[in-house]
Design a protein around this ligand. Structure first.
Ligand SMILES: [Fe+2]
Length: 269
């Protein structure tokens, strides 16, 4: 089964990912030999300023440079462009790098590691009712979900997708993070697994080992869905059937009003 990666910091000279084009090309060679056929570049966009036209054009230019260099090097990986947007109350999707592969529907967003922002439910709700799907990067590494895993269910039930990092499933971020990643998998709260590659060593552009782990623990159809089918549909901007999420800890809300209230942080149960 081919693999598709929807989270990588393989563009050089932008963020804390690849430091130069040689390493970028080696990361892509790693991906190719690992069975990855398509990747989305998701450079960190940390502020509104980085989404201003000139900065967005600058990172787009780096993307085009990478695509040309990869073609010249004979690397057979399809490379798409996107971004990993840092959650902010004024987050907007008004530049072509904002959604994955410029599909206008799916965007990758990260929270600060130490908490779930108080504005996040409202922010996500506004996007979802507008037909945009937030894909939350590495929820299993966020302190808010680690302390209170049942919050994960609320986000997914109201339309967010969860993207777990391959290394988290393999224990590369410690047992606590691995445990939450497994809990999220058990609860059907994971929609994509991605590399979040930053380099050639500690955070490589590889997925095959995590695919094997998922295949052995949850079966091949599930692994194919998370590492190929869902990523393919996300890149194409198609609607994905994700199945029913399960609560990790709590009973389901009694009615829709309660769900809406809890979505805005006004818990009634
Ligand atoms: Fe990332």
């Amino acid at each position: 089964m081919p693999l598709i990666d929807t989270h990588s910091h393989v563009i050089a000279y932008w963020d804390d990912g690849s430091p130069n084009w040689e390493i970028s090309l080696d990361m892509l060679r790693d991906a190719e030999s690992d069975g990855i056929e398509q990747i989305v570049c998701t450079p960190h966009i940390l502020s509104r300023q980085e989404m201003e036209q000139d900065k967005a054009d600058e990172v787009w230019g780096l993307y085009e440079d990478l695509v040309q260099r990869a073609a010249k090097a004979g690397i057979a990986v399809n490379i798409f462009m996107g971004a990993e947007l840092y959650a902010a109350p004024d987050l907007k999707l008004d530049h072509k790098i904002a959604t994955l592969a410029q599909n206008g529907k799916y965007f990758l967003v990260e929270f600060p590691m130490a908490s779930i922002p108080v504005f996040a439910p409202q922010l996500f709700f506004n996007f979802v009712i507008d037909g945009k799907t937030p894909i939350l990067a590495h929820p299993e590494r966020n302190s808010g979900f680690l302390e209170d895993p049942h919050k994960a269910y609320d986000y997914v039930e109201r339309g967010a997708f969860f993207q777990v990092t391959a290394g988290s499933l393999l224990g590369r971020f410690g047992a606590t993070v691995q445990n939450l990643a497994i809990q999220l998998m058990d609860a059907n709260l994971v929609h994509l697994v991605a590399s979040d590659a930053h380099n050639l060593t500690s955070r490589p552009l590889k997925l095959a080992e995590a695919y094997k782990f998922v295949e052995e623990k949850w079966g091949k159809p599930r692994a194919d869905k998370l590492f190929y089918e869902n990523p393919l549909q996300v890149i194409a901007g198609e609607t994905i059937s994700i199945g029913e999420p399960k609560e990790i800890d709590l009973q389901p809300a009694q009615n829709w009003q309660n769900k809406v209230k809890s979505f805005f942080g006004m818990k009634t149960r």
